[in-house]
Design a binder for this molecule. Structure first.
Ligand code: DGY
Length: 430
């Protein structure tokens, strides 16, 4: 096994910067050309910490463009369709958000669901990298970030944890966390459509056709209700409390509270949300698997899925002995950090997207949180393994936790960003 000191960092850092510039469409960055030709919410927030390592102004622009698509109700959509591109499905015509209840005066075309709210945490990191340049930018973004979190707490947190209305909202599209809720959908009436993702990427690395039929069914379900949060909450068969949303939200609220202090803004409302989530997150703890998991709000059932989303508890500022034990067991079964699903679990599939592969962004958040919680050995190992993986296998979207096979899209923005901000031996964030 190579040690980090063996890595020839210069060319890798240069390649990572080249990827960010390559995917920069002027004010926003696509995750990768072809497969994802628009601006994605959490991808963009990660792009910002990559840009911050060599162009802080550009980092702020990325976040500002993201929030320029915010709806009147505070929601920040998961995809912003700045341009037309028929290489992706489902595009803006399928989402059809122009009459959406919460959209208000917003004119940019977008999807009708959100994504894990990492933006406030990563904006705080960009600010910390250059507080002098960042203060005015942070001040301008701050009320928008607060409004985003207010929307999450009002529209998605009825169980105390944060839930999703579509698997795409969690960012972990085909995670086993949603299997029960997805099985409860009969995708009748979806109609004919052509998937575009499998034209870009090997189908064995992507969600199944049964998953896709349900993804599209859920888009049509939301669209038929004009993306009205209250109607969707009351009527949808799919409503799952999610550790990704909950932990990233809790971490972002803690970072927003720091921003409030730095800007001399009141923080009582934010502190209230933190208290709500700190209590609510306990509803996601499954004593049987000893991990934080997705929980189907329609049945109350846990998913039984030990995942890298559960391992974000430390990123959220939480800790428990049993979670540490589970983590050590899972890490022993992976060669490259925290897998998206436990390799010992029955649904494990080492290349299929969120049913096994490791993701640099998840390794980053998990390890950063572990380091803060005093789990230094685990955090160091994850960082070293992520660096080795990228150095040996390139800037892929995700990788097999077993043999490191690069999977999904290539020249991937957030893998390059996480390299520059953290995994590279030259990175500042250690
Ligand atoms: C996709 O198209 O695969 C995306 O994950 C949806 O956000």
């Amino acid at each position: 096994m190579k040690d980090m000191t063996d890595l020839n960092t210069g060319p890798l850092d240069e390649e990572a910067r080249r990827i960010l510039r390559l995917n920069d469409k002027g004010g926003y960055t696509v995750p990768t050309a072809g497969l994802y030709p628009y601006q994605w919410n959490w991808d963009s927030a990660f792009a910002a910490i990559g840009f911050a390592t060599f162009d802080t102004d550009r980092a702020w622009v990325e976040l500002e463009t993201l929030f320029s698509a915010q709806w009147d109700n505070g929601m920040v959509p998961h995809i912003i369709f700045h341009v037309d591109d028929d290489g992706y499905f489902p595009g803006p015509d399928v989402w059809s958000t122009s009459n959406a209840v919460g959209r208000g005066a917003q004119r940019l075309k977008s999807s009708g669901v959100s994504q894990p709210p990492v933006a406030a945490s990563l904006a705080w990191k960009v600010y910390e990298s250059d507080p002098e340049l960042g203060e005015a930018r942070l001040r301008a973004l701050y009320p928008k970030m607060v409004a985003f979190h207010r929307w999450i707490m009002e529209a998605r947190a009825e169980s105390g944890a944060v839930c999703i209305t579509h698997p795409w909202e969690a960012g972990r599209d085909n995670a086993p966390d949603w299997d029960e809720a997805m099985a409860g959908i009969d995708p009748v009436g979806v109609g004919a459509y052509t998937r575009r993702d499998t034209g870009h990427v090997d189908a064995k690395m992507r969600p199944t056709q049964a998953d896709y039929d349900r993804y599209i069914w859920l888009v049509q379900f939301g669209r038929d209700r004009d993306w009205d949060d209250a109607k969707i909450a009351a009527e949808s068969p799919f409503r799952v409390a999610d550790p990704t949303m909950t932990f990233t939200c809790l971490r972002s609220l803690r970072d927003l509270a720091q921003a409030a202090d730095a800007l001399a803004e009141p923080r009582a409302e934010i502190d209230g949300w933190i208290a709500t989530l700190e209590a609510g997150v306990e509803t996601l703890w499954n004593p049987e698997t000893q991990s934080y998991e997705g929980r189907n709000l329609r049945t109350g059932n846990f998913s039984g899925s030990v995942s890298n989303a559960g391992a974000l508890c430390w990123w959220a500022g939480l800790d428990r002995e049993e979670a540490r034990h589970t983590l050590d067991q899972v890490l022993a079964r992976s060669n490259y950090g925290v897998p998206s699903y436990d390799p010992a679990g029955p649904a494990f599939d080492h290349l299929r997207y969120w049913r096994g592969p490791v993701w640099a962004i998840m390794n980053y958040m998990a390890a950063k949180g572990m380091a803060e919680a005093g789990l230094g050995a685990q955090a160091d190992r994850i960082r070293r393994d992520t660096a080795r993986l990228i150095a040996e296998r390139g800037f892929a979207e995700y990788f097999s936790p077993v043999d490191g096979t690069p999977a999904g899209g290539g020249t991937f923005t957030w893998t390059a960003a996480v390299w520059l901000a953290w995994a590279s031996p030259s990175a500042q964030e250690n």
